[in-house]
Design a binder for this molecule. Structure first.
Ligand SMILES: C[S@@+](CC[C@H](N)C(=O)[O-])C[C@H]1O[C@@H](n2cnc3c(N)ncnc32)[C@H](O)[C@@H]1O
Length: 254
């Protein structure tokens, strides 16, 4: 078990974008002051990157490539597959904070997916033990509403990173992925891209302020109409322009 000295930040990203993700975070940190910490290696196609910074902190909302922003407190490596609970509990017990939520997470890769069954089984066990320790508390009422989230990230089956995120400086979805279900009446799956962009890049007050019923917009290159459908659904009038045909389900609404 190794304590980190600089602040190590864990950033989840789409596999293949690890270098972009790390470089963007370092660029943001450099704007604040020079970065002198030694940078950890980036593992290609791993679905995450870590950056070590001295005093700088990062702003999640300004990062394009990072799906999630987590401050790492402990790394456990190797983590015995026979008993992951004991070392994790011991490491979490040493942290000064109390947490409002526990998220067990894996990389968004094929290897990561093989660990999902384990995290589903393990979640209630760890959660129960942390509640008994008083490390995890209900974060729904009164003064406790802004407790940090606790993340236990398994880069592989025999290591873990324990970290926390600030609910006001991070993604509000597990693994930083907004899960959208495909609306049956939308003309194309691309509708999900715009729905995700709205959720990721705009907070609720911006969504209400900037996407108001009765507004007018234009969609250039709109066919088959997935993006137009998102806007129409929000009561926005649309001029949809394309030299190809718009989807059948959109013709009555455009
Ligand atoms: C990737 S699709 C857009 C998908 C759309 N955003 C949706 O959500 O369904 C790009 C569209 O741009 C249109 N397009 C490209 N060049 C165009 C042009 N010069 N004039 C009009 N439409 C054009 C294509 O016909 C195509 O339908």
């Amino acid at each position: 078990m190794q304590k980190t000295h600089n602040t190590l930040w864990l950033l989840y990203c789409r596999p293949g974008f690890e270098q972009d993700c790390a470089q963007e975070a370092l660029r943001q940190a450099r704007i604040q002051r020079p970065v002198i910490a030694e940078q950890p290696d980036i593992c290609a196609d791993s679905g995450y990157a870590t950056v070590a910074l001295n005093e700088q902190s990062l702003s999640y909302r300004e990062l394009i490539f990072a799906r999630q922003l987590i401050r790492v407190h402990r790394r456990i490596e190797p983590l015995s597959e026979r008993d992951r609970l004991t070392p994790l509990l011991a490491a979490i017990a040493e942290l000064p904070d109390t947490f409002g939520t526990l998220w067990l997470e894996v990389p968004d890769t094929n290897d990561g997916k093989t660990l999902s069954a384990f995290t589903r089984r393990f979640q209630p066990l760890l959660e129960e033990a942390l509640r008994a320790q008083g490390k995890l508390q209900d974060d729904t009422a009164g003064a406790k509403r802004h407790l940090p989230r606790l993340h236990v990230f398994f880069p592989d089956k025999s290591s873990a990173m324990i970290g926390s995120s600030d609910p006001y400086n991070s993604a509000a979805t597990i693994m930083g992925i907004v899960r959208q279900s495909m609306p049956a009446e939308a003309p194309s799956r691309s509708t999900l891209k715009l729905a995700e962009a709205i959720e990721v890049f705009m907070d609720k007050s911006e969504q209400t302020r900037l996407l108001r019923q009765g507004m007018t917009a234009v969609d250039l290159g709109a066919a088959p109409g997935g993006w137009t459908w998102q806007m129409v659904k929000r009561g926005i009038r649309f001029a949809a322009v394309d030299n190809g045909p718009i989807g059948a389900s959109m013709r009555s609404s455009t």
